[in-house]
Ligand binder design. Structure first.
Ligand code: TMP
Ligand code: ASP
Length: 234
């Protein structure tokens, strides 16, 4: 399958059309950004690592009955995916307080939450992805009511499966971000699942193994992504 035309270039990936109108190629770059693109850098080989990590995780979720856009990984930086009509909502799932939730609620990072927290953000780079709730989703027609319900159910199932998956590999899934889209009337999980959009902590040492190492200048960024790949392939 060949890339034909560049359709969209994001901060970490490029999307290309293919000869099949239902399929796209998602190309993973090494560029990393944080804080709405204000911080920029390169994480060496991140594109390759993230493509492999995400492909492994999408395959795992498919085996458990979660429908995703993943079709194939034909090369180190390319993933063939089903073409989605993207739903402009970023869904954040949290098991432990960290990042913006710790700040908003004034609690220490690492505080376990009594219940899983689901948050919605309006996917808009110029607005800096503002937080919204289900009323905004309906009032601004970002998704149909039944689509939103299916997204919520799916996000919680994905959390259960991924928490188990990482736990078996000595990693705590602290929080993560999901994006969904529709394809031929179905809602599919889209985008990627990688250390760019998840917080992953070593179960023993609590060391961060995700993009917080880049955001917070903690060093050993590449090493952390390589370690996540090694563990997800176990
Ligand atoms: P936050 O604590 O900064 O709100 O992030 C929560 C989770 O969502 C964290 O795992 C990182 C991920 N995330 C993204 O993937 N993209 C984003 O733009 C933001 C703000 C967070
Ligand atoms: N990727 C987002 C940005 O560039 C946010 C983040 O992951 O911190 O702003």
């Amino acid at each position: 399958m060949q890339k034909i035309e560049k359709l969209y270039e994001g901060k970490a990936k490029v999307l290309y059309s293919t000869e099949d109108p239902n399929l796209l190629i998602q190309y993973f770059k090494d560029e990393a950004t944080a804080f709405d693109g204000k911080k920029k850098g390169i994480i060496q080989e991140k594109g390759v690592l993230n493509n492999k990590i995400s492909s492994r995780i999408f395959r795992y979720l498919e085996e458990r009955g979660i429908k995703t856009h993943f079709v194939d990984m034909p090369s180190d930086r390319e993933m063939v995916v089903k073409k989605l009509k993207i739903i402009p909502i970023e869904v954040v799932v949290r098991n432990i307080a960290a990042g913006s939730l710790s700040k908003r609620m004034g609690v220490e990072e690492g505080l376990p939450l009594k219940e899983t927290v689901l948050e919605f953000y309006y996917k808009s780079d110029p607005l800096g992805d503002p937080m919204i709730n289900e009323y905004h989703v309906k009032a601004f027609s970002l998704a149909e009511a039944d689509e939103l319900r299916r997204i919520e159910v799916s996000a919680l199932k994905i959390n259960k499966f991924l928490s188990e998956f990482f736990d078996e590999r000595g990693i705590i899934l602290v929080d993560f971000k999901l994006e969904f889209g529709s394809h031929k009337g179905e809602i599919l999980l889209g985008d990627e699942i990688t250390p760019d959009g998840c917080r992953l902590w070593d179960k023993e040492t609590k060391e961060k193994m995700d993009k917080d190492r880049f955001r917070r200048d903690l060093g050993k960024v590449e090493e952390a992504y390589q370690e996540v790949l090694r563990k997800v392939m176990e």
